[in-house]
Write a protein that binds this ligand. Structure first.
Ligand code: ACO
Length: 432
């Protein structure tokens, strides 16, 4: 832990005054290391939802929620989204620097070599109902990789972690395309090593084995950008889950699979699917956009404006700005109907001028516009969150690796403030 020369933070409780070292951040909030609080006072901190608690030091991603800044390893998201390829950004997140030409070519080659899934996986997927949610099947599939690659499970072995990193990056797109194809009763497609990562993923998802499938570069570029936007977001719910599971020295597949489970929730990655359902509901009902916003403000049936609000961003999510522009570009280039985009923009316009949203600092988040792009590309709604998972994969891997390598890591084991019954004694059922 990098405890700083800064004045320690003091904390008074009863007749005691305690000093806790500050931990200096290179940017953003410094920390206060309170590890000795329990020992010194018998008190624990209570911070529901970890609103105020840093669980680790990290060098991967920086967010300034007030200014709407997001940087991976120091690089602004705008520069990366507009100029990079997804695998380049994955390398940056996992290894710390952008790859040079030679390194990038080697990474691409290595990932290409491992794109095939074990043939038995075809039977594995048939064990699930074909209409089961793809996130549930993806979680099981990633977890199942641990049974096929048992020589890559030791988190302390650098060689094994390196191979597991490549296997995950290589096989998860194939797995997602299999899940999508099977849901539609379509034949599964093998990877084609002559194609690039994203291009081949699109071909495996939308192509047919009896015909060439020329992938539209508009789709490749749009998906490349979206995957980069999702690639990491510091200690969000799914990433914290990956770290928590990994802190027990569980293998990387079990940890990433747990992250997929966390991501599936509608308050997290599942919001992209929920946004589309919300837009469709507004479109198909007699409700005006203003009526819907009023319903949200009145908290009727617990309705929220999906794709709005964020724990960290209290201004516009920079990823949402890029996704919004991309939604316009893609829909225009593909000549797709803009009706739902129009509803989304009206929702945004009304919400951003409304006191309810202003007072609570609620702005569009990354999920608000991405579903519209995926839909225009031809992905069914249930596939939106698996696409988010594909984008987040390098972030989860990078965070798992950083956690394992950090000598300060301990098994994640929060405390609680117990508010249940005090001791009572068993009585026979007939006397209760
Ligand atoms: N619509 C309406 N009201 C909202 C919304 C929303 N989308 N988000 C927050 N609020 C309100 C809450 O009702 C609460 O109001 P109150 O003070 O009157 O009780 C206030 O704003 C604070 O909300 P919290 O739930 O305490 O904020 P928190 O930081 O815990 O939640 C979250 C953040 C989960 C993202 C929330 O804004 C939300 O549910 N958004 C909709 C789902 C969504 O888009 N999730 C994707 C997030 S981005 C991502 O994971 C990739």
């Amino acid at each position: 832990m990098t405890e700083s020369e800064l004045t320690p933070a003091t904390f008074s409780v009863d007749d005691k005054t305690l000093e806790f070292p500050r931990v200096k951040a290179t940017e953003g909030n410094d920390g206060v290391a309170i590890n000795t609080l329990l020992k010194d006072t018998g008190l624990v901190t209570l911070d529901t939802g970890f609103v105020n608690t840093a669980s680790c030091e990290s060098k991967i991603t920086y967010i300034d929620g007030g200014e709407g800044i997001l940087r991976y390893r120091g690089y602004p998201i705008e520069e990366l989204a507009n100029n990079s390829r997804f695998l380049e950004v994955a390398y940056l997140l996992i290894y710390g620097d952008l790859p040079d030409m030679e390194t990038y070519a080697a990474v691409v080659r290595r990932i290409k070599r491992h794109r095939l899934l074990h043939e038995d996986f075809k039977a594995f997927f048939t064990a699930f109902p074909s209409n089961g949610h793809p996130m549930a099947i993806l979680q099981a599939g990633i977890s199942g990789l641990a049974t096929y690659y048992q020589h890559t499970l030791d988190p302390k072995d650098k060689y094994q972690i390196e191979l597991a990193t490549v296997l995950l990056m290589a096989k998860v797109p194939t797995m997602i395309s299999y899940i999508s194809r099977r849901a539609q009763g379509l034949p599964l497609m093998y990877p084609d090593s002559s194609l690039q990562y994203i291009e081949d993923f699109i071909r495996m998802t939308f192509g047919m084995p009896y015909a060439n499938h020329d992938v539209d570069p508009i789709l490749t570029d749009a998906l490349n950008k979206l995957l980069i936007l999702h690639a990491d977001h510091e200690q969000n719910c799914s990433t914290s889950t990956v770290r928590m599971v990994g802190s027990s020295e569980a293998n990387i597949y079990a940890s990433v699979a747990a992250g997929v489970g966390a991501l599936s929730g509608p308050l997290h990655g599942g919001a992209n699917e929920a946004v589309l359902r919300m837009l469709t509901e507004i479109q198909e009902s007699d409700m005006s956009v203003q009526d819907f916003v009023t319903k949200v403000k009145n908290k009727e049936d617990g309705v929220r404006l999906m794709g709005f609000g964020h724990r960290v961003y209290k201004s516009y999510d920079p990823r949402a700005s890029i996704a919004k522009q991309s939604a316009h570009d893609v829909l225009e280039k593909l000549g797709k109907s803009n009706e739902q985009l129009d509803i989304a923009m009206e929702l945004e316009e009304i919400a951003l001028q409304d006191d309810y949203f202003i007072e609570r600092n609620l702005y569009p988040n990354v999920d608000f516009y991405t579903g519209l792009i995926y839909k225009a590309m031809g992905f069914p709604e249930e596939m939106f969150t698996p696409l988010f998972a594909l984008g987040r994969l390098p972030g989860w891997i990078a965070q798992y690796r950083e956690m394992i390598e950090d000598p300060a890591t301990k098994i994640g084991r929060p405390r609680q403030v117990y508010t249940g019954a005090t001791e009572r004694h068993w009585i026979p059922r007939s006397e209760r």
